[in-house]
Design a protein around this ligand. Structure first.
Ligand code: UGA
Length: 428
């Protein structure tokens, strides 16, 4: 099939490269010339394992990138994978997505065949109507040949390519049979090869499934953090408790790792967005709001533990891990941000270390020191806070001995408790 993917961010680039890998002829459309040039040179504009290889393999073959909407109408379907940034009240700003929908609609104004526009971006159910009317207005006479569908994405950063190519489920939100069939054609190679569940529903339900998925997982972590905080107060190891409750199939063993909480570009934004949309509709979701509150508290609890061991004013403190999780250089909403802010409030001299996310954090905190290795960050430090569960932190062992005072507060249960270091786990 001929497929356009509008937007070459995280989801868009993964989608474009993977669809090309499935054998489709894919055009990636983005207004940013640098991003387009990067793809045209066979590189991915974002860091994601395996993605650059796929882009390199298909660029010049069945993957092209352009800033122009000129040939949009030649394709069978157009995916919109445009960011929907958070606003102050947590609600999403769909104007960049609406702008892309409008340009797509205009490009389809003379189309003679049916065309499917598929929203990949995470948008709330009530905002779908706005995209529909934007498309209808801009497509003019062709409006009744263009349908807007939703097809939410469940991939995780760090394993995006794998998650895309081996999904547990795909969700098609359509209003007509032909739109469902077209989506089935797009994903046919995946549906044929794998034991993938296919959920066929309407566009609003499909996008609610996405929010419910993320809200549930984020709340699961907040619940295990709430319980973990209780464990800590009682001197109990929350991981022992979590391992045991995870044996109950109704609970499940995944996403029970308590600690400094959830960050990234999805959970914080999506939970806030669905809470804001619910409030706008007149319902105040108490559980989800509490999940956010617990998550917001975890970095402060970590700092309070540090305070118990050492007064960090004027002291060097190492922050190990800046990415929101291992395997990515993404620092968006990383728990390291409130941790660094808390240290700065205490007058500490912060030294950050991350194997790949340093440059992204430097944009946010240009004033702090960044070390080239965990070992360098620890040297002479009065305390170390472990914020990301990078594997390499398991092997630091005697490197903690180079600290001025070997106080280690672990937010991810990655460092082993041992003699000679003053070790405190957040929930154990
Ligand atoms: C999340 C979802 O897992 C994906 O299914 C979804 O597609 C994606 O959001 C999205 O909406 O685009 P992602 O943000 O990449 O994926 O990261 P996760 O692996 O889910 O981790 C999110 C955060 O939760 C991280 O900060 C991680 O450290 C934290 N976490 C995760 C815990 O604190 N404990 C756990 O047990 C698991």
């Amino acid at each position: 099939m001929k497929i356009n993917v509008v937007g070459s961010g995280y989801v868009g680039t993964t989608l474009a490269a993977c669809l090309a890998d499935l054998g489709h002829e894919v055009t990636a459309v983005d207004i940013d010339e640098d991003v387009v040039n990067t793809i045209e040179h066979g590189r991915a504009p974002i860091h994601e394992p395996g993605l650059s290889d796929l882009v390199a393999e298909h660029t010049g073959e069945n993957l092209t990138a352009t800033t122009s909407y000129e040939n949009v109408a030649d394709a069978d379907v157009t995916f919109l994978a445009i960011q929907t940034p958070s606003q102050e009240d947590g609600s999403i700003d769909i104007s960049p997505l609406a702008a892309a929908a409008e340009m797509t609609g205009e490009a389809l104004a003379d189309v003679e065949d049916d065309h499917l526009i598929i929203v990949k971006s995470t948008i709330t159910p009530p905002s779908i109507e706005e995209i529909r009317s934007t498309v209808a207005d801009s497509a003019g006479d062709a409006a009744d040949r263009v349908e807007v569908a939703t097809n939410p994405e469940f991939l995780r950063e760090g394993t995006a390519v794998e998650d895309f190519l081996q999904p547990e489920k795909v969700v098609f939100g359509t209003e007509s049979e032909w739109a469902t069939r077209r989506l089935e054609e797009v994903f046919q190679p995946l549906l044929a090869d794998h034991d993938t569940h296919v959920v066929r529903t309407n566009p609003e339900t499909a996008t609610m499934i996405k929010y419910a998925n993320n809200a549930f997982l984020a709340s699961k972590i907040s619940l295990v953090n709430d319980l973990g905080n209780i464990c800590k107060e009682f001197g109990i190891d929350a991981y022992e408790v979590a391992d045991a409750i995870g044996l109950d199939d109704r609970i499940g063993e995944q996403f029970l790792r308590s600690g400094v909480g959830w960050g990234g570009s999805c959970f914080p934004k999506d939970v806030a967005a669905i809470v804001a949309a619910a409030r706008e509709a007149g319902y105040d979701p108490a559980m989800l709001a509490a999940g956010i509150e617990v998550n917001d508290r975890q970095p402060e609890r970590m700092l309070a533990l540090l305070d118990k061991h050492v007064d960090v004013e004027g002291e060097r403190v190492a922050v190990l891990g800046l990415a929101f999780k291992p395997g990515t250089d993404d620092t968006r909403n990383s728990r390291a941000i409130p941790v660094i802010e808390g240290l700065q409030e205490r007058g500490a001299e912060v030294v950050g270390y991350d194997p790949i996310a340093t440059e992204n954090m430097r944009d946010r905190f240009p004033e702090i020191e960044y070390a080239d290795s965990a070992i360098a960050a620890l040297e002479g430090a009065a305390g170390a806070l472990v914020v990301t569960d990078w594997d390499e932190f398991t092997a630091l062992d005697e490197k903690f001995d180079t600290m001025a005072t070997p106080v280690v507060v672990d937010g991810r249960r990655i460092v082993e408790r041992r003699e000679g270091i003053d070790y405190d786990g957040l929930t154990w």
